[in-house]
Each structure stands twice: as structure tokens, then as C-alpha cells.
Design a protein. Structure first.
Length: 431
């Protein structure tokens, strides 16, 4: 196995006839594959590689290479150090086994270097978003969720695409919450595309999950237009003036405007009234209403209409996360001198909703304090992150200690009783 080759044995040339004969056949390909893999991983070509269940042809090829018997049994072990020494000593390749692999298979990839470069590229892609999250701790859990689910990498094929996507996402998040903002305008002003946040777009998928995070909702959320509308509404963004709605009952109207006449007619009939954001934006004068009760769920309004009809005092339904239309109506009522009493679900999502109302308008708790919570039997487990209850700090403590949730439907009878007018013998109090 000594002597030179007609086409030379130095590096840079193609595979010589002797090299091909020794290491170019299918029977010895496994050895070249294992060697190349080690080189691409940045590992030294030392030690032994083993092929289990070697065929007779593979064993003969190894024996030709080594110039001796290659052991017995079903497995075949070859020392990389020995192969390297043979190739150098015989002059087949001056640079040993590494040169042989390059001549037979082409340049060696630096997989660890490529991995480091990809990692750096993805870090650059997230850089702007991570800087924003550093200033918005309420998004830290969502950011970890993005990483653990690999959502961004599924939506963007490369780090370059991801960087564009995440930079636009950062621009959107910098504007949230954004009360009273149409979705199309938010998209146009933050990413230069009025349809950039349309359903199904990668940016919309990410932005909507972040909106849920800002509102204390599950990041993945529920599907469907209603859930999407509610999630955007929770950060003040509405899809359009007609899809943002508010449900109310017993609000006094007037004869001076379309909305006033609608409310007056609905109150006289004892029927719930649904108003759109478009209608409320065209109504500029305040609504004087005295004490206005706010509930979280439409079932309270339906029951009040069934049992009290036209005698029901002013009642507004937040419908879960208040929409822009809900906020607009409540603002008009507040401008008219209304005071508010609030009831919602005793869970951490319900507390988050109540807190947003309390911060904006203030309210008296309507059976929405620690004593009221403790008085309702429930076995439903409470989950999620605890939140403060500034209208009654003891409520947070009670909920953490008891660990159950109480939905509004469980106290429906008590809520309706509170709505019965005084003249029918029931006290009208926030509770």
C-alpha cells in the first residue's frame, strides 16, 4: 500500500484511483459517513467506529483497507487512527483520513458554526421584541410561551423573515392597549398594511396572542370570530363600528337622538337593547341615569328582562371583556353623573375585568366582595394568576385561600332580587 498516484496525492486534487478503490465503494461508505459526521461535529478523528451486523462484503472492504483480518463476529470495528496512519504512510492522501473524506465527498460543513450563526440570527430577530418585553413584565410569560411552542418558527421560515415579522409585532404591541382604535387603522399605522392584522395573517396570530396575554386570557385562546373580537376589545381595539356591541336594559333615553329614542322605546317595552359602536359614536350628549349596575354575563340581563321587564333599573352588560361600545356607553353614563355598582365572575379573569372597570370609572361592589364570595357554595377549582381587588383587598385573600371560582349564574336569584324596585318591597342597594 505504498507508492504515489499518477494524479498526485496532495490536497486539492480529486479522488485518486487508489483512494476510490479503498474508500469509495458502497461497502465502505458507512465508514466515510461516520467520519464525515464526526468532522462536521468538530470532533477529532480518533477512536473506533463500529458497524453492527456487517455484511461479508463490508468486512472484506475493511480488510482490504487495513491489510489484515478485521476480526470475527457480526459487528465490525475500525480504528480511525489506524486508517489515518495507513492513508498517510501509503501516500494515498498526504493529509490522512480528513483529506480522503473531502476528496470523496466534498468540503466539510462546520455544523457547530452554522448552528451558532443560526442562533445569533434568531437572537437578532427577537431583539426588538425582547427589549419591549423587558419593559412590559406582563408579557414575560407570553414571551416564554412563544419560545416553548415554537410558534414564531412555524410562522416564519427563516430568521430574516422572523425579524421582519417580530419588528412589526413590536410596533403593534407598543400601541397596546389602544382604546377606541379600529383594527385596520392600528395595522396601517404600525406596519404599513391596513390588512396586516386580518385573521389568518402571521402577524395577526402573534398580535392576538399578545393581546390575550395583556388581558390575562389564555395565550392560544378560543377560535371563532366572537373570541377574536373579545380579545381585541380587551385592549381597546375594535374590528369595526358595527361588530362592537353593548347590551343594556332599563336605561333612560330621550326623544332628541336616534339612540335616545331606541333606549326610551326599549325601556318602555321592558326589552334589552343592543347598541353598536357606530350608533354610540354618533351620540354625543351624556346619559343621566343615577345608579347603573354592571354585570359580566348576558344571562343576568335576560333574567332581569324576564322577571322585571319595564321596571328593571338601569343595567349594562360588559359581556366579558368590555368592548369599545361598552366603554363608550359607560363613559356617556359617567358624563351624565351616573354612579356604578359592579358584579362579575369570581375568578381571576373576572377580577381582571372588574379591575379595568374600577380603574376607569370606579364602582361600588354589587355582591362582589369577600363576604359575598364566601357565602356562595362552589366546588369549581380556581386557576390562574391571582390579582389584587382594590375595591375590597380581602377578596383576593379569600379567593386564594378558598381556591374555588363562583360564576355569576350561581347568584342570579340574588342579583335579580337586588334589582326589584323599592316600591315592591325590596331594597335597591349595590349589595
Amino acid at each position: 500500500m505504498s507508492g504515489g498516484d499518477a494524479d498526485g496525492s496532495g490536497t486539492g486534487g480529486g479522488a485518486s484511483e487508489r483512494l476510490v478503490r479503498l474508500l469509495g465503494g458502497d461497502e465502505i461508505a458507512w465508514l466515510i459517513d461516520r467520519t464525515r459526521h464526526r468532522l462536521e461535529q468538530g470532533k477529532a478523528l480518533t477512536g473506533t467506529v463500529t458497524l453492527t451486523a456487517a455484511t461479508p462484503a463490508q468486512r472484506r472492504a475493511a480488510e482490504v483497507l487495513l491489510g489484515r483480518r478485521a476480526g470475527a463476529g457480526s459487528s465490525l470495528s475500525v480504528s480511525l487512527d489506524e486508517v489515518d496512519r495507513i492513508l498517510r504512510a501509503s501516500g494515498v492522501t498526504a493529509d490522512g483520513l480528513r483529506e480522503a473524506v473531502v476528496r470523496l465527498r466534498g468540503p466539510i460543513r462546520d455544523l457547530s458554526g452554522e448552528k451558532a450563526a443560526r442562533t445569533a440570527a434568531w437572537e437578532r430577530a427577537f431583539a426588538r421584541l425582547d427589549a419591549l418585553v423587558a419593559d412590559r413584565p406582563e408579557l414575560s410569560g407570553w414571551r416564554s410561551w412563544l419560545e416553548s411552542t415554537g410558534l414564531v418558527r412555524r410562522l416564519a421560515a427563516t430568521a430574516g423573515e422572523a425579524r421582519i415579522l417580530l419588528d412589526r409585532l413590536s410596533a403593534v404591541l407598543a400601541r397596546l392597549p389602544s382604546p377606541g382604535t379600529p383594527l385596520g387603522r392600528l395595522a396601517a399605522e404600525t406596519c404599513g398594511d391596513a390588512h396586516g392584522l386580518d385573521e389568518g395573517r402571521p402577524l395577526a396570530t402573534l398580535a392576538l396572542s399578545a393581546a390575550r396575554a395583556l388581558s390575562g386570557l389564555p395565550y392560544a385562546g378560543e377560535g371563532g370570530a366572537d373570541a377574536r373580537r373579545s380579545a381585541w376589545a380587551a385592549v381597546g381595539v375594535h374590528l369595526d363600528d358595527l361588530s362592537s356591541l353593548v347590551l343594556c336594559l332599563g336605561l333612560p333615553g330621550d326623544g332628541r337622538s336616534p339612540v335616545g329614542r331606541m333606549l326610551s322605546a326599549a325601556r318602555t317595552a321592558g326589552e334589552p337593547c343592543v347598541l353598536t359602536l357606530r350608533q354610540l359614536r354618533r351620540h354625543e350628549s351624556p346619559f343621566p341615569a343615577g345608579l347603573v349596575r354592571i354585570c359580566e354575563n348576558p344571562v343576568v340581563v335576560a333574567a332581569a328582562a324576564d322577571e322585571l321587564g319595564a321596571s328593571c333599573p338601569p343595567l349594562v352588560c360588559g359581556g366579558g371583556r368590555p368592548s369599545t361600545a361598552v366603554w363608550r356607553l359607560l363613559d356617556l353614563l359617567a358624563a351624565g353623573g351616573a354612579t356604578f355598582a359592579y358584579h362579575g365572575d369570581f375568578d381571576w379573569g373576572g377580577i381582571a375585568i372588574a379591575t379595568s372597570v374600577h380603574e376607569r370609572l370606579g364602582f361600588l361592589p354589587w355582591r362582589f366582595d369577600a363576604a359575598s364570595y364566601q357565602a356562595v357554595p362552589s366546588l369549581a377549582p380556581l386557576s390562574g394568576q391571582a390579582r389584587p381587588t382594590p375595591w375590597d383587598p380581602g377578596l383576593t385573600v379569600a379567593m386564594e385561600q378558598r381556591g374555588v371560582r363562583v360564576e355569576e349564574e350561581l347568584v342570579l336569584a340574588e342579583l335579580i332580587a337586588d334589582l326589584v324596585p323599592k316600591r315592591r318591597g325590596r331594597p335597591q342597594r349595590p349589595g
